[in-house]
Design a binder for this molecule. Sequence first.
Ligand code: SF4
Length: 358
Amino acid sequence: MLLNKTPQIAGFAGTITAWQKQHGRHHLPWQDTRDPYRIWLSEIMLQQTQVATVIGYYQRFLSRFPDIASLAAASQDEVMPYWAGLGYYARARNLHRCAQVICADWGGRFPGNADDIATLPGIGRSTAAAIAAFAYGERGPIMDGNVKRVFTRYFGIEGITSERATEQALWRTAEAVLDAAPDSLDMVAYTQGLMDLGSQCCTRSRPDCLLCPLQDRCYARAHGRQHELPTPRKKKASPERHCRMLVAHCGGHILLEQQASPGIWGGLWSLPLYDSDEDVQHACRRLGAGPAAQKMAGLLHVFTHFKLHIEPWYMRCDEAPLTETSPAQRWIALADLPATALPAPVKKILAGLFPAPD
Ligand code: SF4
C-alpha cells in the first residue's frame, strides 16, 4: 500500500533524469563505456561496496582481465588477488564462473538483454536491468538498496524491504513509474539518477531533503518519517566467534592455507585457523618448530552476520622445515604476499609483522 496519496507518477522518471543530468555523477570510470563486460564488473563490485573503494579495484582488475575471454581463461587463483580486500568473495567466484558460462554458452558475447543476463550466475533482476540499461539503453526497472530507500520514502511504502510483499510492492511501483514515463526517456540517465539520488541526497542516516528534486511530494519528508523508512529490521545481536591464526614464519616464508569454497573466504589464502591454544601448539610441533608460538595482540573483524575475534600466534624458526600439515597449505615467500589473495584481517596481521619497504 502506498501511503503517499499524491505521488508524482507520470513525471517521476523525468524529474530524476533531469536532476541526474545536472547534479548526478558523470565521471566514474565505468560511465564512459557501453561495454557490457565493464559495466557488469562495476555493478558487481558496487554491490555492498562504496564507489571510492571500488575505483582502484575496478581499474586493477581491468588492466589484468580486459575482457570476458581473459577472465574466463584465468584460474580462480589468478582472479582472487584482484578481489582480495573487497569482501563478499562469492561475487568474485560468480564473476569468474559467469565469464566461463558466457564463453561456453554465448559464444563469448555478453547476452544482449536483461532477461538473458539474469540467467547468468550471481546476477539478479535489478543488476541485469542496470547492465542492460547502461549497455543497451534497455527500458526496465532497477531495485537496489539505494533505490529501495528512495521509493519507500517518497511513495510511503512500509514493511521490511527484503520481505516478499514489500519487495513486490516496490517492483510494482517501479514498473508503474516506467509505464507512465514517455517513450523518449533516457534510460541511462534515469537509472544512474536513481542510484545517484540514493547515494547523494536520500542517504541512509542524513537525507538531504532540501537538495532533493522529489522534496515537494515526498511522503517521508512531509511526515517527518525519513528515519522510519525503509522500515528497519529488528536487530538481532550479532553472534561472536573466536579463532586462532598461526603466523608460521620460516626461512622468509609464511604458511598459508587456501579456504574451501563456498565459505566466507572461499578461494582466499588465510593463515591456518585453529579452535584452541592446544591446537596451535600441536600444529607447531607438527611443523617441526623448536620454540613455542607466542600470542600476539588480538583483533576483531566484523562481518555482516557475525563478529570474529582473532587471536594471532607467531612462530619463527630459522631452519625452514617447509612441511605442511594439510594438502590445502602452502609456504609462500614474503616477496609473493602482495600478489596473494589474502582476507583483510590476514593482510593486516602480516602488514604489521612485515611492513612493506619504503
Ligand atoms: S525528500 Fe528527502 S526523504 Fe524524500 S526522497 Fe528526497 S531525500 Fe529522500
